[in-house]
Design a protein around this ligand. Structure first.
Ligand code: 13P
Ligand code: SF4
Length: 347
């Protein structure tokens, strides 16, 4: 029996890419100072993902906020005493923050910031898929809607997916994994677990191709290759290190190489270069001819988090994340399981 179901989502054609804001140092300082005051007034804090623009990451950093991967973002927002969290990232990140901190107001610069994996896993189809496989433990990636999480037994992020599946496999469990087919296949390869995979993927990581990466490796034979596990398995096979965004930044600081070819969203360079200032970072190429993203290696939804949109949300209270309380209560179960498991690993 095939463990594959038909691909449900391919393109993000309708996603508009906002023009990046070019500011002088003086203009930037004045934006940052104004937003800092507004954050204090609203008892708010910014939590940004590494894939947002360098300007947003710099703002988060300058105002005492946080930059991290999806697991860290959720955790950091919960422990912080701010009453409003401004989540600069994509919608599932805002929803996870709200599920974990229902008493807090969670705002996003835009509610349009989606994710191709989330879009590719609608709850109605996912429900039917789970119903058809009642013998399997349902494990979902963070990049899903609150409703899909509410249907799951466990949630994982890329930083903790392998040990959680190893744990379930050790208990003799068969797994239904959604939505990322590449991450699913990677975990399956690492753990040997019995996994039935949903067939969605990331339009950004899908753009990396093994043949172009191989050519670049030949040009930089001393470079280590860093790959996010949302990439195709042929690309992962060329990696020296595979991991979540935080794990890739760590690998860049820990591996002895002086050059790194990086196969993930290009805005990660902002923090990676800060963490390893003396190392040379080289962007892995997208296969331009077949690339499925409009702005290659650039998440069009992450790019929607502009400075203006962030300030507008803060000032007007618009774009508040709302999660149906019943769904949130159910979705908290897989999320908390992951958080508890992370504690046992000191992650
Ligand atoms: P991380 O958890 O590694 O930050 O990944 C989130 C994501 O959306 C990657 O595309
Ligand atoms: Fe989703 Fe890919 Fe964008 Fe991450 S980079 S938010 S997985 S579309």
């Amino acid at each position: 029996m095939s463990n594959l179901i038909p691909m449900l989502f391919t393109q993000a054609d309708a996603v508009a890419k906002p023009a990046p804001m070019i500011l002088s140092e003086q203009e930037k300082a004045s934006w940052f100072a104004r937003i800092q005051d507004e954050l204090v007034q609203h008892h708010a804090i910014i939590i940004a993902h590494y894939y947002t623009s360098p300007l947003i990451q710099e703002l988060a950093q300058a105002t005492g906020g946080f930059i991290g991967d999806s697991l860290e973002m959720a955790r950091w927002g919960k422990q912080h005493d701010a009453t409003t969290l401004i989540v600069a990232g994509v919608r599932f990140m805002g929803e996870s923050a709200k599920i974990l901190s229902p008493e807090k107001r969670v705002l996003m610069p835009t509610l349009e910031a989606n994710c191709s994996m989330d879009i590719g896993c609608p709850i109605e189809e996912f429900d039917a898929f789970c119903d058809a496989h009642p013998d399997r433990v349902v494990v979902v990636y963070a990049n899903t809607s609150a409703a899909v999480k509410a249907r799951a037994d466990w949630m994982v992020t890329s930083s903790i997916a392998v040990p959680i599946i190893e744990h379930l496999d050790g208990l003799g469990k068969k797994i239904l994994f959604a939505p990322d087919r590449h991450l699913g296949r990677y975990i399956q390869g690492k753990t040997g677990a019995d996994m039935l995979l949903w067939q969605s993927s990331c339009i950004v990581h899908d753009a990396f191709k093994a043949n172009t990466l191989r050519q670049l490796k030949a040009q930089y034979p001393d470079a280590a290759v860093l790959v996010h596990p949302e990439a195709h398995h042929d690309v992962i096979a060329l990696a020296d290190s595979v991991g979540s965004t935080t794990q890739l930044i760590k690998a860049c600081t820990q591996l002895p190489n002086q050059q790194f070819i990086v196969a993930t969203e290009r805005n990660i360079f902002y923090k990676m270069q800060q963490a390893a200032p003396n190392k040379q970072l080289i962007q892995a190429p997208a296969d331009e001819a077949n690339a499925t993203c409009r702005s290659c290696i650039h998440c069009p939804w992450m790019a929607m988090n502009s400075l203006e949109a962030l300030e507008r949300a803060l000032l007007t209270g618009s774009n508040e994340i709302q999660v149906d309380p019943q769904i949130a209560k159910r979705a908290l179960i897989p999320l908390n399981r992951m958080m508890e498991f992370a504690k046992t690993l000191n992650l």
